[in-house]
Design a protein around this ligand. Structure first.
Ligand SMILES: [Zn+2]
Length: 91
């Protein structure tokens, strides 16, 4: 890339990460990407664009999540174990 005499130049290590979109002309977009996101604000990464992080838009109550099912299984095993111990204590 050429530059006019006297134009300031920022070394690559100090430059903002470029947007990785392509313009309609097919050339790479030259805007800096939004911090923490892959594209610039004109290419779909405006603040507030897109869904919530993670599963937040889909999760209803989490009652069937892997963690919730494992919890129910553990509680059931504890109850059965307690019943077994009480049965054995009676005899
Ligand atoms: Zn862009």
């Amino acid at each position: 890339m050429s530059r006019a005499p006297g134009e300031s130049w920022t070394p690559p290590s100090f430059r903002a990460r470029p947007c990785n979109a392509r313009t309609r002309a097919g050339t790479p977009c030259r805007s800096p990407a939004v911090r923490g996101r892959p594209r610039c604000r004109m290419h779909g990464c405006a603040p507030g664009a897109g869904g919530q992080p993670g599963n937040r838009n889909r999760l209803v109550h989490g009652g069937y999540s892997t963690a919730a099912k494992a919890e129910r299984r553990r509680v059931g095993e504890m109850i059965r174990e307690a019943e077994r111990v009480l049965r054995e204590a009676k005899t």
